[in-house]
Design a protein around this ligand. Structure first.
Ligand SMILES: [Zn+2]
Ligand SMILES: [Zn+2]
Length: 174
């Protein structure tokens, strides 16, 4: 397992089980004020770009998502932080906070808001697959979006894997 992959698992674990709100407050307090302002601006920009998400309202806490979703997001995030991701030609870097995009079906690519077309360069077969369970039930597939700080993350989920279904919300696909 690469350092980035291990960090993704650790971070997912922290988000799911740790005291998330407390950790965020601690991290913010530890940041230099100028960087904090930049991170906040990037996050606000990401939220604005993200818009309304009526299909899958975003739960307030990471622990309200299924584990596989949290791990998908942290994998994209740490891959970028560790410099293992491919990026768009504008080469967004974590040291200059700005909104960036990633998708579950191409976890090692990070783009700026202008270059999201790079993220849909997939085969028809890939486009029909659920990012949770891998089934090809394209009838029930819906696009879902998550804002995680400055990262906009996109997934395609089938009916079974939707976390806004109260019965199945916590389910982890087999
Ligand atoms: Zn770009
Ligand atoms: Zn599924």
């Amino acid at each position: 397992m690469s350092d980035a992959a291990r960090a993704a698992v650790d971070l997912a674990d922290l988000l799911l089980k740790g005291n998330y709100a407390e950790r965020v407050a601690e991290d913010r307090a530890a940041m230099p004020a100028a960087l904090r302002d930049q991170v906040d601006a990037a996050r606000d920009h990401a939220h604005a770009a993200f818009g309304e998400n009526t299909v899958n309202p975003q739960p307030a806490m990471p622990s309200d998502f299924p584990e596989w979703v949290v791990l998908s997001v942290t994998t994209a995030w740490t891959g970028w932080i560790y410099g293992e991701s491919r990026t768009c030609p504008h080469a967004p870097t974590p040291v200059m906070p700005q909104p960036v995009c990633a998708v579950a079906w191409m976890p090692n690519v990070i783009t700026c808001l202008a270059c999201t077309a790079m993220l849909s360069d997939i085969t028809d077969e890939q486009a029909r697959q659920c990012d949770g369970c891998g089934s090809s039930d394209s009838e029930s597939l819906v696009g879902a979006k998550i804002v995680a700080g400055q990262l906009l993350f996109f997934l395609a989920v089938c009916e079974t894997c939707r976390w806004d279904n109260p019965v199945l919300r916590k389910g982890t696909p087999a």
